[in-house]
Write a protein that binds this ligand. Structure first.
Ligand SMILES: [Zn+2]
Length: 51
């Protein structure tokens, strides 16, 4: 999964089930922006920047 801001790699800090998908807490290795993604197998990933 690439960072939507700079396109570099992200790492997963935490992952937990969220309704019918997975909620993953991610952090970009380069710009250090933190995101939350909601990932479904057959649905596009939603990105949300942590405030
Ligand atoms: Zn980045």
């Amino acid at each position: 999964m690439k960072c939507p801001l700079c396109g570099e790699k992200t790492r997963v800090r935490d992952c937990r089930e969220f309704r019918d998908s997975f909620k993953r807490y991610r952090e970009c290795l380069v710009c250090l922006t933190r995101f939350v993604t909601y990932e479904k197998v057959d649905f596009e990933t939603l990105w949300e920047v942590e405030k």
